[in-house]
Design a binder for this molecule. Structure first.
Ligand code: B1M
Length: 210
């Protein structure tokens, strides 16, 4: 049986090749995607975050850890995307302007797809106007924004204001998330919903589209 703490350690140490084999082995042994995520990949990335804060790890190492985590996430994709046909309501999803963190956003996208939603992923560093344009063009029911930096959180408010200015605020529901975002902040900026993690994001989006 694969020890999930070894998967966490591979994320911390940025061992891209090793993690591929470990995650594949864990999947074949029947470890659930939930456990692989929480006790393996995310547990490892949490340690990276702590070490980044205390300067025990620097950007090049953190980038390597992020790439390693993405290898693991990609292997989990089929497990997270087994239930839906992907023809449900459209969700425009992106990381806000000034912010390049995308691991959490990618996870949210994968789980939404898995739950049957159509996800239009705008990627990272997306300005308010890009969310507005995509929401209009795609006739989206939901706009989802991710921010990982306290300095980029205000971009979420800017996007909501831009949706209002474009006259489409009433047509879409807005959900926000990311480590520094709180339910209180979501309410303050006029979002319709907040989710702490990707699984809860799926529940919240379901609730918002009724
Ligand atoms: Co960055 N970084 N980083 N970083 N980085 C943090 C966020 C930080 C907390 C690290 C720290 O100091 N402890 C800190 C932010 C401090 C703050 O603002 N309060 C920080 C900093 C300072 C920076 C730089 C400024 C560093 C520098 O340059 N000196 C820089 C900024 C770059 C920029 O964006 N302009 C930077 C750069 C980077 C890397 C590029 C090296 C890399 C990102 C690579 C990538 O994403 N492709 C990186 C990483 C990896 C991190 C940490 C270590 C891990 C983030 C992560 O992927 N977590 C992070 C520390 C931490 O968070 N522990 C840190 C795993 C992921 C699954 O969780 O993204 O939180 P998360 O997503 C969760 C939930 O938040 C939620 O669901 C997911 C789980 O299910 N969620 C949503 C997310 N989006 C959602 C949207 C929703 C709903 C839920 O609805 C739409």
């Amino acid at each position: 049986m694969v020890d999930l703490t070894i998967i966490a350690k591979s994320v911390i140490e940025g061992e891209k090749e090793k993690i591929r084999a470990l995650v594949q082995q864990a999947i074949s042994e029947g470890v659930t995607a939930d456990r692989l995520l929480s006790e393996g990949l995310i547990a490892g990335m949490n340690v990276v975050g702590e070490r980044m804060k205390t300067h025990e790890m620097w950007l090049p190492e953190v980038i390597l850890s992020a790439m390693t985590m993405q290898v693991g996430l990609d292997l989990l994709k089929p497990l997270l995307g087994t239930t839906g046909a992907g023809l449900g309501p459209k969700v425009v999803l992106g990381t806000v302007k000034g912010d390049v963190h995308d691991i959490g956003k990618n996870l949210v996208g994968m789980m939404l797809r898995g739950a049957g939603f159509q996800v239009v992923d705008l990627g990272i560093n997306r300005a308010a106007e890009e969310f507005v344009r995509a929401a209009e063009e795609e006739e989206a029911k939901i706009v989802g924004m991710s921010a990982l930096l306290t300095t980029t959180m205000p971009e979420m408010r800017n996007t909501i204001e831009a949706l209002k200015a474009a006259g489409i605020r009433e047509k879409v529901k807005v959900i926000v998330g990311g480590a520094p975002v709180s339910p209180e902040y979501a309410t303050q900026i006029g979002a319709d919903g907040y989710a702490r993690d990707a699984a809860r994001a799926v529940d919240k989006v379901r609730e918002l589209v009724g």
